[in-house]
Design a protein around this ligand. Sequence first.
Ligand code: XIL
Length: 328
Amino acid sequence: DTPLRERAADKGLIYGAAAQHQVLTTNVEFAQRFAQECAMLVPANELKWQALRPTPERFDFSRSDWMANFAQRHNMLLRGHTLVWHRALPKWFEETVDRTNAAKVLTEHINTVVQHYAGNIHSWDVVNEAIVPNKTKDGLRQTPWLRLLGVDYIEMAFRTAAAADPQALLVYNDNNLEYDNAKTAVKRTQVLKLLERLKSRGVPVHALGIQSHIGASPQGFNAKKLRDFLKEVASLDLKILITEMDVLEKNLLEANNRDAIIAGVYQDYLSLVLDEPAVNTVITWGLSDRYTWLTNFAPRQDGAPIRPLPLDAQLERKLAWNAIASAF
Ligand code: XIL
């Protein structure tokens, strides 16, 4: 059967997935299946500060370089995740970075990392998860970066990244934009405001990444509101990427047809968002149920293995795979 990467390409779309160095280097069969199905590779952790910055002085590109090379060998695009995040900061960060050096530390990191992959990378998640609904006036999350640099840290990050690689697509990436509830409504407004403000100041932001860790929950999404949101983003002259899709099953404990329900979520969500022409990339946060972060992050209460991704633990295509294929 035609792999997802070709099905997507036939529609002018990119399909890819996140993966970990440890898995790609040790499971040959998985690595082969990954290259068959995916046109894009996202290092799941290897480009985060914690992975790249063992000490304040050093950059360790060994794992991410191996992955960049793997992507190139298999004719896959590479996507960078992530330059600015409140999580996955190294231990030394807190002890070493203060208001006097924060701007220098941030711009040096972005310069070094983005220049390292310049010309060889499709896109960067420049800033990840900067908005939390209701927490502060603009919805800006209280992060080390906000505390050290004030609201301008976002603009600084995008401008630095653009200068370091004028070709990469620069993405603002965030979660909890998919559902239909009060918090999401606030968050969508705040994300739109942020993007509008950046655009109006001439900041080089090119796309919104919508993570899409979606719960197979009854509350679900509202087609009209989601479409309207995507349209508003697109009207700012921004592309939209689905950057981290998987389907959580915490509400499916009783269901005996959970694969079908999970596939239904993929089908409904992807056909809805792909109606918007600005959406041109779909990435799942992993490819096989054997390697999913949700095993730790959102396990089932009954301890049964979860099945959030297109391939099962034996690397066989399952209903979720069919659903993605038919949504393209
Ligand atoms: C996750 C990784 O998959 C895990 O291996 C790691 O332990 C924690 O981070 N949103 C993001 C990703 O932007 O960086 C997260 O990745 C998943 C949620």
